[in-house]
Design a binder for this molecule. Structure first.
Ligand SMILES: *Cc1c(COP(=O)(O)O)cnc(C)c1O
Length: 519
């Protein structure tokens, strides 16, 4: 090998020391070319994914992909980047769900914007950690500026603060944690951070609508309050928290000897995309001195639209807010934030470590984002994605994406309503429609029929739908989350749903059970 390297025809005669040979795959000055080559090969897979995918899913069965994954032997590394990326393509990229196609209409997964993808290249390679100034100087202030900007969109005063988190569930956890610890400090003179939960904590109660995200329940368990702490407030006809029922629920819990501490309102429910009446809820929360957290993981996109911003009226009265940029700001996962109206509340969770953010550093004016983070120490500079998006696309265009989605959803709702084969359960403030196919089926067969439609569409890979249950009944669900999706796309999807519905009815007609000959 040394002989080859010494050959005069080889332009780069560098002989690698054994140390360099060992470290030749580490990202550093000497490996620039290798890095660029690897990234270019990865990029080719990405463009292939965009150009060759006609269906949102390959339809591969779990047993099939599992066998292929299990066959890989970690003891035998691959010889070059080509083989590496070929293998990744076969196992992953080919069967990855394509969120950017209009036929993907299932969950809250957005298509992503290109400036954020450019930012991702920098984020992972430079690999700054956002815990302290000495690990990320510019990044610290860029994150702070984005938090302040988000606070301003909410309508919070300028002494609001917050932190980027890994997701809405984590942001909601911070909301519940501050609510509980603040309550205990203020009303029970108890510092939960230091002394743990007081005996009264088993009686703490948190009010959410029946359609609130399940992270609220998980967070209550993680925090030792138990899911029993969560009180479901009844909803109105559009599955939004009913403020009158909230009043009643608070009174009922007090009568039972329980201790209301917080209301977690939802701006944009996962199942219906509807916004709880925030102003009325804020009024009730203030009246009863309860912490108000608004979970706008989904509904945060409304912050950026002129046309529909009014749906969030009242959000500015919250004590804290969750926003998921990786939902309605079209950012790659992960990108979320927890924003608190009064930055002093974040002191409740501050911890010092001599090796990271020693107490005296507070006085050195060396900022440390770690002070505001509860579960992450090492933390990605996800904020750079939003930074690049805002600087390049701007707020207005992002808002127009949300406008477009809302308008497509309204047209889609009309199409479903005007079609006798379907029953629309509820209209949406945003992009979620819950409905079912009802043609020619006995009432008790509807669940099976719609379950069949969802499953057969999934394995055909043609259309990916979501589903949910309402009062025990199975419904199909559209989550329209792509500004490229047109009403024609939706009508085509409805036609495909009907075809699969017919298929089910046909299959059942010929079944030996000899059911329902009317079809
Ligand atoms: C998605 C969602 C969450 C959870 O956010 P993650 O980023 O998935 O952790 C919380 N609340 C609502 C209303 C959501 O739609």
């Amino acid at each position: 090998m040394n002989e080859t390297l010494m050959n005069e025809e080889v332009p780069s005669p560098t002989v690698l020391s054994s140390r360099e040979e060992l470290c030749k795959d580490i990202f550093y000055e000497q490996t620039c070319d290798e890095y660029v080559r690897a990234i270019r090969l990865a990029q080719e897979r990405v463009t292939g994914f965009l150009k060759n995918n006609r269906k949102p899913f390959s339809g591969i069965k779990p047993a099939d992909i599992r066998t292929r994954v299990e066959a890989v032997d970690f003891e035998v590394p691959l010889p070059d980047y080509e083989s590496l990326l070929n293998e990744v393509d076969e196992l992953y990229v080919k069967h990855a769900t394509a969120y950017h196609l209009p036929q993907y209409i299932a969950h809250l997964n957005c298509p992503v914007v290109i400036p954020a993808l450019a930012a991702e290249v920098l984020i992972s390679a430079i690999n700054s950690s956002q815990d302290t100034y000495d690990q990320s100087a510019g990044g610290t202030f860029m994150e702070r500026k984005l938090i302040a900007w988000t606070g301003a969109q909410i309508g919070f005063p300028s002494d609001c603060d917050g932190i980027f988190t890994a997701g809405g569930s984590q942001s909601n956890l911070m909301g519940l944690l501050l609510a509980r610890d603040f309550f205990a400090l203020k009303h029970l003179n108890r510092n939960i951070k230091l002394d743990g939960c007081p005996p009264e904590a088993t009686r703490f109660r948190v009010f959410v609508s029946g359609k609130a995200h399940f992270s609220n329940h998980k967070n209550a368990s993680i925090m030792g309050l138990g899911e029993q702490a969560i009180v479901h407030v009844e909803t109105d006809g559009r599955y939004r928290m009913d403020p009158q029922k909230l009043e009643e629920a608070i009174a009922r819990e007090r009568e039972k000897g329980n201790i209301p501490i917080a209301v977690m309102a939802t701006a944009g429910t996962t199942d219906f995309g509807n916004v709880d009446p925030l102003s009325d809820i804020a009024h009730t929360a203030r009246k009863h001195r309860l912490w108000l957290h608004v979970d706008a993981a989904y509904g945060c996109g409304l912050l950026l639209t002129e046309k529909y911003r009014h749906l969030l009226a009242g959000i500015e009265q919250a004590d804290s807010v969750t926003v998921d940029y990786h939902k309605s700001f079209f950012q790659p996962i992960s990108s979320s934030a927890f924003i608190v109206r009064n930055k002093l509340h974040l002191n409740i969770i501050k911890h010092h470590a001599d090796y990271l953010n020693p107490k005296e550093q507070d006085y050195d004016e060396l900022p440390a984002q770690i002070n505001k983070s509860i579960v992450q120490s090492t933390r990605r500079f996800d904020a750079l994605k939003l930074w690049c998006t805002l600087r390049y696309l701007g707020k207005e265009k992002l808002g127009q994406y949300t406008d477009t989605i809302i308008e497509t959803t309204r047209e889609a709702a009309d199409s479903i309503e005007n079609d006798d084969s379907f029953e629309l359960l509820c209209h949406s403030d945003m992009g979620v429609l819950v409905f079912r196919y009802t043609e020619g089926s006995e009432k008790d067969e509807l669940c099976k029929l719609n379950q069949y439609i969802k499953k057969s569409l999934f394995f055909s890979g043609e259309v990916l739908l979501a589903s949910t249950k309402v009062n025990g009944a199975f419904y199909l669900k559209f989550t329209i989350f792509n500004p490229l999706t047109t009403i024609t796309d939706i009508q085509n999807i409805l036609t495909i749903i009907k075809q699969h519905g017919h298929e089910y009815l046909q299959l059942n007609r010929v079944s030996p059970a000899g059911r329902t000959d009317q079809f």
